[in-house]
Design a protein around this ligand. Sequence first.
Ligand SMILES: [Zn+2]
Length: 82
Amino acid sequence: MKPIRFEAADTDDYTQIGEGLTRIARATGRLETGHDVGKYALRHDDGCAVCGTAVEAGDAFFLDPETGDLRCVDHGPAPPEQ
Ligand SMILES: [Zn+2]
């Protein structure tokens, strides 16, 4: 499964997601409900798993649905090491 791209983080730590993504968000331990940003929120306060770059409000980012890792735009589409 390819990393999922999010176009813009709502806040530095959370982004609202649709119901269709809640299964993956829950599986990766990132789902929070009843948060300020919306009914379902994806937590992304840990930054890129490869370079550690924090996701900030307005940033695009990726979530790897298999590992649960966050990725910045530089590391999202490709595996970290090849
Ligand atoms: Zn990165």
